[in-house]
Every structure is written in structure tokens, then in C-alpha cells.
Design a protein around this ligand. Structure first.
Ligand code: HMG
Length: 389
């Protein structure tokens, strides 16, 4: 059988960063609640000329530069912060990246889960046509109301993955455990720009989805827990993955320890929640930090409120380590410009635009792709001059 999986991976995030110590000082919270209780240190904040389209294109650009566009006949973009009810984020990204016209492009939605549905679809496409590659991008900005208890768990980020036969990073194994249950734990009605959430219910719904997906995985012949070497979870806040991991340990009667998750949470502690991209930012973090992954089996758990969970495994390829990729990701995080709470609150309020008024968004960041404004109701995106040449 053809091996199929993730050939390469790339992370992008917003141009700004808010240190959660600053948010804690502003709202009178003990900073330890954020650092220890939630396991978050920072959150990415978007500049006015960034959104999920620009993040998605920026994440994919290094993959296109390194691997070209040949054989990419499918572009899947997973997001729950799409900018149009009809046109998919991917169609703008397709133009910005210069992908071939012979390409199917679609947007996927089911809260934070949909990138995993995209990955499974991509694996099927590649298994049937091993000469094709699928560009899969997860891109999101997590927004809750200012001054809400969910506020410290915001963030933003995008992860692009090239899915192919004979993958360079992770061969995905065929057995997968899935679980769907109708729960009102987190949702965003179409007339709102921020999500509504029942925090406590969301935590228990996540854990129920994990144990349910695990049971389905086991029933379908998935490997026993002892044969899993590393774990990678959806991380709305990194402590959530620790809680879930320990709960799974009790469920399967195995000693699953919090330290197992350290390398997979390094980026997420600094990004905050990035919804669909969160699990795959965790995977990028694991691949960039763990020196002993070759041949190891990684379990990945994807959760999207509402709710859908999926647990699956992959085996890491021998040549997975890339100093260049790790450096690029470190720069992406390190080079964000800090904002204070006042500026962050301004940016939060200014991020929503109506479509009935034309606006120009001035250049606000040095990103390769920009949201330039709204013309005749349509959003405008441009590539930086050096890319347009
Ligand atoms: P909260 O009420 O502010 O916090 O909401 P808390 O009182 O529950 O405290 C949080 C933790 O900090 C607790 O730890 C405290 O003990 C600890 P726990 O007992 O749970 O282990 N704590 C401290 N630790 C050290 N020093 C201190 C201190 N004080 C308290 N001084 C909540 C927290 C996560 C509910 C809120 O931020 C929220 O609603 N966030 C959004 C929802 C969310 O992220 N849910 C996660 C599961 S759902 C999911 O993953 C899907 C999602 O990504 C969306 C999608 O699918 O699209 C959200």
C-alpha cells in the first residue's frame, strides 16, 4: 500500500504579541493563573492588514517556495473564522500563491476539528492518485469578548501542510477513532464576530470526545496505548491537553504523564488558541524540538466544539529534523512586535469591518500578503511587491 502522510509543515502567526502578564496586571488576575492554571504565556494578535487569508498564504509560502506547485490539484482550507459566507478563504490564497488553475479549492468548517477532516480527505485523494499532492491549510483567529473569562485563551495562527505519497515527515496510519455529539459548549452565530462559550461544559465535552474517540480507535483495531511514543493534542490552552492526557491515562489504566506533552506545547504556549491550527502547531512544535522522533509513533487528538473528536496515529520519518524549518518557526514567534493592553483592545475592536462601506487598510505590517480593504463589498488582498514581480 502507498504510504501517505504529511510531507512538510509550516507555521505562521500574527505580527503582534500580547504578554499575558500585561493582561493579568490590567484585569487584576494572579499571572500564575495564566502561566500555570491555563499553561499560556502569550497570545498572538493580528495587525489591521492581517486576517485568516493572509495568515494562510503566509504559512504556505515557504512550502511553495521549497516544493513548487507541480501536482497540487487540491487546496483545502480549514477555518472557523472565515471572512465570507460563500467564497472560500482558499480561493484568495490560491491566487496569492500562484497555484495552478487546475485545482479544486474548498473551505472546511467544524470548529477546531475541520483541519483533521481535511487531512483525512487529503490522504484519500493522494492514496487514489499518488502523483498528486494536497495543500492543506488550517487558519484561525480565536476571538472572545473583551473582559470575558475566555479572553486569555485567544490567539491566532495558521499551519500549512503538504500531504503526499512517500511523505518526508509523518506517515499517517489507517486506523482512526471518531466521535460526534451535539453539545452547545462553544459556538459562534453568524451575526457575531466573537465566540460564545460555556467554559466548564467545553472542558468536559473535550474529555468525553477524547475517551469516546479512543474507544472507537481501540474497537477498530488501533494500536494499544503502550505502542504510542508521543502525544499531540488540540490545545485551546496547553493545560487542557495535560488534563485530557491524564484523564485518558485513567480511562485506559496507563501512566500517561504531563511531561509527555512539553515539546508539543512550546509553540502553543506562545500562540494562544489558534483553533483549527492548534493541533498542527503542536505537531510542528514536537517535530522542531524532539531530537529522538525517527520511527516513533505519535498519537494526535483533534477536537472541535459542538462537537467532533478524532484520534489517529502517524509514524515519524527518519529525515524529519530540519534546522531551517525550526529556525523559521522560532523567528516567526520571536519577531512579533509586542503590544500593550491598550493597543490590543483597540485592535480587537477594530478587527470587524462591514461590507457596505469601501475602506482602504493602510500597510500595517511587513507580511508577505496583506488585507488591503473592502471595495464594492469585496475584500481585497495583495501580495508584497517583491512577490508580485
Ligand atoms: P476560568 O473560569 O477563568 O478559570 O475559565 P478557572 O477558574 O477554571 O481556572 C483555570 C485554571 O487555573 C484552574 O485549574 C484553576 O485552579 C487554575 P484546574 O482546577 O482546572 O486544573 N488557577 C490557578 N493556578 C495557579 N495559580 C493561580 C490560579 N488561579 C486559578 N493563582 C476557561 C477557564 C478555560 C473555562 C476559560 O478560559 C474559557 O472559557 N476558555 C474558552 C473555552 C476553552 O478554551 N475550552 C477548552 C475546551 S473546548 C475546545 O478546546 C474547543 C475550542 O478550541 C473551540 C473550537 O473547537 O472551535 C475552545
Amino acid at each position: 500500500m502507498t504510504r501517505v502522510g504529511i510531507h512538510d509543515i509550516s507555521l505562521a502567526t500574527g505580527q503582534h504579541v500580547l504578554d499575558l502578564d500585561e493582561l493579568a496586571a490590567f484585569n487584576g488576575t494572579d499571572p500564575a493563573k495564566y502561566h500555570v492554571g491555563l499553561g499560556l504565556d502569550q497570545m498572538s494578535v493580528l495587525a489591521p492588514d492581517e486576517d485568516v487569508v493572509t495568515l494562510a498564504a503566509s504559512a504556505a509560502l515557504p512550502l511553495i517556495r521549497e516544493h513548487g506547485t507541480d501536482g497540487i490539484r487540491t487546496l483545502l482550507v480549514a477555518t472557523e473564522s472565515g471572512v465570507d459566507e460563500s467564497k472560500s478563504v482558499g480561493v484568495w490564497v490560491h491566487r496569492l500563491l500562484g497555484l495552478p488553475a487546475g485545482c479544486r479549492t474548498v473551505e472546511l468548517k467544524q470548529a477546531c476539528y475541520s483541519a483533521t477532516a481535511g487531512l483525512q480527505a487529503a490522504l484519500g485523494i493522494v492514496a487514489r492518485n499518488p502523483g498528486e499532492r494536497v495543500l492543506l491549510i488550517a487558519t484561525d483567529v480565536a476571538r472572545y469578548d473583551l473582559d470575558s473569562s475566555a479572553e486569555p485563551t485567544q490567539g491566532a495562527g495558521a499551519v500549512a501542510m503538504l500531504v503526499s505519497a512517500e511523505p518526508g515527515l509523518l506517515t499517517i496510519e489507517p486506523v482512526t477513532g471518531v466521535r460526534t455529539a451535539d453539545v452547545d459548549d462553544f459556538w459562534r452565530p453568524v451575526d457575531r464576530s466573537t465566540a460564545l462559550v460555556d467554559g466548564r461544559l467545553s472542558v468536559s465535552a473535550y474529555v468525553d470526545a477524547l475517551t469516546g474517540a479512543w474507544d472507537d480507535f481501540a474497537e477498530r483495531g488501533g494500536v494499544p496505548v503502550e505502542q504510542i511514543d508521543r502525544w499531540c493534542y488540540h490545545q485551546p490552552f496547553t493545560r487542557m491537553s495535560v488534563k485530557a492526557h491524564q484523564r485518558l491515562g485513567r480511562h485506559v489504566d496507563a501512566p500517561l504523564a504531563a511531561e509527555d506533552l512539553d515539546d508539543a506545547s512550546r509553540y502553543n504556549r506562545r500562540l494562544g488558541n489558534c483553533y483549527t491550527a492548534s493541533l498542527y502547531a503542536g505537531l510542528a512544535s514536537l517535530l522542531d524540538h524532539d531530537d529522538d522522533l525517527a520511527g516513533r509513533r505519535v498519537a494526535l487528538f483533534s477536537y472541535g466544539s459542538g462537537s467532533v473528536g478524532e484520534l489517529f496515529t502517524g509514524v515519524v520519518e527518519p529525515g524529519y529534523r530540519s534546522a531551517e524549518r525550526a529556525l523559521r518557526h522560532a523567528k516567526t514567534l520571536d519577531e512579533r512586535k509586542p503590544v500593550d493592553v491598550g493597543r490590543y483592545r483597540e485592535l480587537h475592536r477594530a478587527a470587524v469591518h462591514t461590507s457596505d462601506v469601501d475602506i482602504d487598510i493602510p500597510v500595517a505590517s511587513g507580511t508577505p500578503f496583506r488585507f488591503a480593504g473592502v471595495r464594492g463589498g469585496a475584500r481585497q488582498y495583495v501580495a508584497a511587491e517583491h512577490l508580485a514581480e
